[in-house]
Design a protein around this ligand. Structure first.
Ligand code: TRP
Length: 436
């Protein structure tokens, strides 16, 4: 369960959630996101957990063993799930930036937003060496932890980093509540402005709900495969969802409080925590210095515990399928993502970017777009359909009815109808068929 929380709580909560909330204007987006998390996220998480709990193997083998007919065809569903791991291509690069920013926070914070923009821009488009160095460290840590396995590596790693992250956020949150900007932040996040909500915001809210809960790529599935037989899927999923949502909301409130307090803009895009925030920390004086180091440290912790879960499903697959040793599988997958990560870095560097940009998006952006907006929702849909329509209802009910009681039909309905409809709308929107 701790491993699942570590997977869910990541850059998605602290880096992505605040900046997309800023881009789509706050309140209305937050509301749609919360509703999606509860309706679609909850239903699909239970479904993904159930596949792992019943199958007890890797993502592909689970689909094969559980499909009553057409084993051959369903193995592609497992493959589909594994492709979500491609998130790791850019995830590890961003963790690298965070490492670099821990150093920036320790040595010299930029004094103004303009300066911060220059510092970030230079790192992104010119300093290959810096990015490469920290990306390498992120790769080494992740691979080392995954090589030690779920019990010996991932769990122990999470046991230290997650409480540390929560402690850091709690201290910053308490401080934020004493500032005037806090009430403004609350207003911004919880007063819906419907005029800002278009179909793009809706698609992003659904995509982000999947991303932040680590759904649709076998991470949650792998972890529930090691849940004890008497463990409750419902309790575990509620625990993960609650933890993930609380951390996203707290991180959002803290960041927006600081930004508003010092007259900064919330709609800065992906640069929010790397541009606006460092300048704000600078203005805060001594306490800002301490907070900036703690903040980037916490962000690094959140990222690392998720990164291991992005690599683990593929590693598990290699071990199961090809009888590889864990060490060899971890190194193989680590290197694979490491090399593609270098391509992602190069795709933003001034001189190499033109060769790695297609249709207005560079390789880095494509990796993000293809995974969060396309692969994860499709894989989520496949999992919902698999549990909702393919596995026999009696089998599903035999595990979940005792855990859910009267709620079982509600969940089953939501899994069979609400989640697929929401996901199909997302896909049609992506293809440009429905735009609202
Ligand atoms: N949930 C993580 C975050 O919010 C990212 C992540 C980890 C993820 N594992 C995943 C996303 C699996 C999708 C699928 O940062």
């Amino acid at each position: 369960m701790l491993a699942a929380v570590g997977s869910a709580v990541g850059l998605g909560n602290i880096w992505k959630f605040p900046y997309i909330t800023g881009e789509y204007g706050g309140g209305a987006f937050v509301l749609v996101y919360l509703i999606t998390v509860m309706l679609v996220g909850f239903s699909v998480m239970i479904a993904e957990m159930l596949i792992g709990y019943l199958g007890r193997r890797d993502c592909v083998a689970n689909f094969e063993t559980l499909a009553p007919r057409h084993k051959e065809r369903w193995k592609y569903a497992g493959w589909m799930g594994l492709t979500g791991s491609l998130v790791m291509i850019y995830y590890s690069v961003v963790i690298g930036w965070i490492f670099h920013y821990i150093m920036v926070a320790i040595t010299q914070l930029p004094a103004t937003v303009e300066q911060a923009e220059t510092v970030f821009g230079a790192m992104l488009t010119q300093h290959i060496g810096t990015q490469l160095f920290y990306h390498t460290i992120a790769f080494l840590i992740t691979t080392a932890v995954v090589a030690k396995g779920i019990k010996g590596g991932i769990e122990k790693f999470n046991m230290v980093l997650i409480p540390a992250l929560m402690g850091i956020l709690a201290v910053m949150f308490v401080y934020a509540t004493t500032l005037d900007g806090f009430s403004q932040a609350v207003g911004y996040m919880f007063t819906p402005d419907w005029s800002k909500l278009d179909s793009e915001a809706f698609v992003n809210a659904v995509g982000h709900a999947f991303f932040t809960l680590s759904l649709g790529m076998g991470a949650i599935m792998i972890y529930s495969a090691s849940l004890p037989k008497e463990g409750s899927l419902v309790k575990s999923s509620l625990f993960v969802i609650a933890g993930d949502t609380i951390i996203a909301l707290v991180a959002g409130l803290v960041l927006f409080t600081f930004l508003f307090q010092y007259g900064s803009e919330p709609g800065k895009g992906p640069g929010l925590v790397f541009i606006s925030l460092p300048a704000v920390f600078y203005e805060m004086g001594a306490i800002g210095n301490v907070f900036s180091v703690l903040f980037f440290l916490g962000l690094a912790f959140a990222g690392l515990t998720s990164a291991v879960s992005l690599v683990e499903p593929m590693v598990q697959y290699l071990i199961d399928k090809f009888d590889m040793s864990r060490l060899k599988a971890a190194v193989t997958m680590g290197l694979f993502f490491y090399l593609l990560g270098i391509v992602a870095i190069l795709s933003q560097i001034e001189w190499s970017a033109p060769y790695l940009t297609w249709g207005g998006k560079n390789f880095f952006d494509w990796a993000d777009y293809m995974t969060s907006s396309v692969l994860l929702p499709i894989a989520g849909l496949v999992m919902a359909v698999f549990v909702g329509y393919v596995i026999e209802k009696e089998r599903v009910a035999s595990v979940l009815k005792p855990q859910m009681g009267w709620f079982f039909p509600v969940w089953y309905f939501s899994l069979r109808y609400i989640a697929p409809v929401a996901l199909v709308i997302v896909m049609l929107n992506l293809m440009g068929v429905i735009v609202f």
